[in-house]
Design a protein around this ligand. Structure first.
Ligand code: FES
Length: 578
């Protein structure tokens, strides 16, 4: 395609234009020192970079972009890097999730408004991968994702420590006196010792795997460590590939089909992925008009065992997963059992089955087989229903304590995590291991943004007695790196007037995961009477993004996208600017 004028390319509307308009578009670009040949009709490839020092998981993406550019030049394209909103999970308050849709909206508009024929999406930290996929879905220009890769394994006192997962454990050890403050401070530096995103099977690793399972990034892209030379080799290859995708006009809508989402849901079960994948995949599907429901995550995953022995459910970390064979080795297992739609097309141009057909596995302790899985089928994310969650809730069974999956207890209710933490160290707190902790007003509207606060730490009183888990119920989310018997994403949320808002301390609640039931043992008449007395909380903001977000955000069971962002607007060239 090098040098051949292609009038079908949308970038020709800018750089191929005659007169004042074309002169303007070309002249200012030449201020960067490009030779005129870049305007000869070659595909213009945008590289959306979510790089920022405020998003440490993505800080190396500027360097990854250089590798992508090499590939684009090699294949005869014209690469142009542009920044898209960087969302750092660990710093952004009240939660990076409040801004996922803003990134998606910003990136969508930038892709459509600029002279781009295709895009490479550079992401890493939790929300950047779904945000960019949502944008690409709504624009539907040829797109390839390159996630930034996980950090190297954390090392502390001769053992591997996983980012996120170890934080929860260290905190409990500190409270229980099993660890000193000095040891804890030292351990902080041992957990994050290279570029990259969390190296447990948290949300970032999960969403990188989802991007690969959907067919939107090249095989093995999810697992190369961020500092591995093959991460950069893959990025360069992605630069070559996107030029070919433009030539073929192979767009996200042809890749992210219902079959691709079914593949992703099954892969998520096989890798013991984060519950956050549920919300993000629903949101991405919503942009494409692909029918997908909360129930699909339960039904499709029921016959898929967990194959991966990775933290937080297991032992190993992403670096081990990479060396054991990476995601293709997992998908090959599924494919051989007929659990993949093998013909779902990917950015390689081939079906996903062909991509993984020869994938080897080098360590069966990390990547198990279907015949000898890490955890049996049906232990993945379960979708619960009942009068406490009429629109659904989820629980990650593999991160839960088996003895709590059927449980009846009395509620102890808090209207925020802060209200709970204000008393959680009180030795006289009226709580025991049978209590069901209810933490509410943490949903999309309620917090706002639906933060990862649902797995509140256990009260000191129980920790000192050696209790390590109890049932918690919340309308918020949980970090993919976390563990515990926590019912999440309760919908509708309390702030929207869902039944969760009507629970009172002392009410009996029954959790029955095998029956997929979550029941508040209060009569309909009593709940109706309580609903009469309920008053919605005051709005969080009178202006700006937070106001727009809280007025338009959908509930978790619909993906928590904004109602007016569902669907897409395509990539028609906008009117001239001058
Ligand atoms: Fe960025 Fe975990 S904080 S991936």
């Amino acid at each position: 395609m090098t040098g051949t004028a292609n009038s079908a390319l949308r970038s020709r509307e800018w750089f191929g234009a005659t007169g004042r308009s074309g002169m303007t578009h070309r002249s200012w670009m030449r201020s960067q020192g490009f030779t005129p040949e870049v305007f000869d009709g070659r595909p213009v490839i945008g590289i959306a970079t979510t790089w920022s020092e405020l998003a440490p998981c993505n800080v190396h993406l500027h360097r990854v972009a250089e590798s992508v550019k090499r590939g684009v030049w090699q294949a005869g394209g014209f690469p142009l890097e542009f920044p898209a909103m960087a969302l750092g999970e660990t710093l952004l308050r009240p939660t990076a999730m409040l801004y996922r849709n803003l990134l998606a909206m910003e990136a969508e508009e930038l892709m459509r408004a600029n002279p781009l024929d295709g895009v490479v999406l550079l992401s890493g930290c939790d929300k950047t991968t779904p945000g960019l996929l949502m944008a690409a879905a709504s624009v539907d220009l040829p797109a390839v994702m390159v996630t930034g890769g996980p950090m190297l394994s954390g090392k502390y006192q001769g053992t591997d420590v996983g980012s996120g997962t170890a934080v929860w454990r260290f905190e409990e050890d500190l409270v229980a006196g099993r660890m000193t403050q000095e040891e804890c401070t030292f351990a902080e530096g041992c957990m994050a010792r290279s570029n990259g995103h969390c190296m447990t099977m948290g949300t970032a690793s999960t969403m990188a795997s989802m991007a690969e399972a959907l067919g939107m990034q090249l095989p093995y892209s999810a697992t190369w460590p961020a500092v591995d030379s093959r991460r950069y080799e893959t990025a360069q290859r992605a630069g070559q590939v996107i030029v070919g995708l433009v030539e073929q006009d192979l767009r996200p809508s042809a890749i992210m089909t219902r079959a691709a989402f079914e593949n992703a849901i099954r892969v998520n079960a096989a890798i013991g992925g984060s519950t956050n994948a549920v919300i993000h995949l629903l949101a991405i599907a919503g942009r494409l008009g692909v029918p997908l429901s909360l129930e699909d995550f339960d039904v499709l995953a029921r016959d898929v065992p967990t194959l991966l022995n990775l933290q937080p459910s297991g032992t190993y970390l992403m670096e081990d997963f990479c060396y054991a064979g990476g995601l293709p080795a997992v998908m090959r297992e599924l494919d051989q059992a007929g659990l993949l739609h093998a013909d779902a097309v990917t950015v390689t141009g081939a079906g996903i089955g062909a991509n993984v057909a020869d994938a080897p596995c080098w360590n069966r302790d990390v990547i198990k087989t279907l015949a000898d899985p890490f955890q049996p089928a049906g232990t993945g994310t379960a979708v619960l229903r009942g009068n406490l969650a009429p629109a659904g809730a989820v629980i990650k069974q593999s991160a839960s304590s088996p003895h709590l999956l059927k449980h009846r207890g009395q509620a102890l209710v808090f209207d925020s995590p802060a209200a709970y933490y204000a008393v959680s160290n009180d030795p006289d707190l009226d709580i025991d291991e049978d209590t069901v902790l209810v933490i509410r007003y943490c949903g999309p509207q309620g917090y706002p943004g639906m933060p990862e606060v649902s797995n509140v730490a256990l009260p000191k009183k129980l920790l000192l007695r050696g209790v390590r888990d109890m049932v918690r119920i919340c309308d918020g989310r949980m970090s993919g790196t976390a563990y515990g018997t926590v019912v999440l994403h309760v919908s509708p949320e309390a702030a929207a007037g869902g039944p969760l808002a009507l629970v009172r301390t002392g009410d009996w609640i029954t959790l029955d995961v095998p029956a997929r039931a979550l029941t508040l043992e209060v009569s309909d008449e009593e709940l109706a009477a309580r609903a009469e007395q309920w008053e919605p909380p005051a709005p969080h903001a009178s202006r700006g993004w937070t106001r727009l977000y809280t007025e338009h955000v959908l509930q978790a069971d619909l993906g928590a996208d904004l109602d007016f962002l569902v669907g897409g607007s395509g990539h028609e060239v906008p009117r001239d600017s001058h």
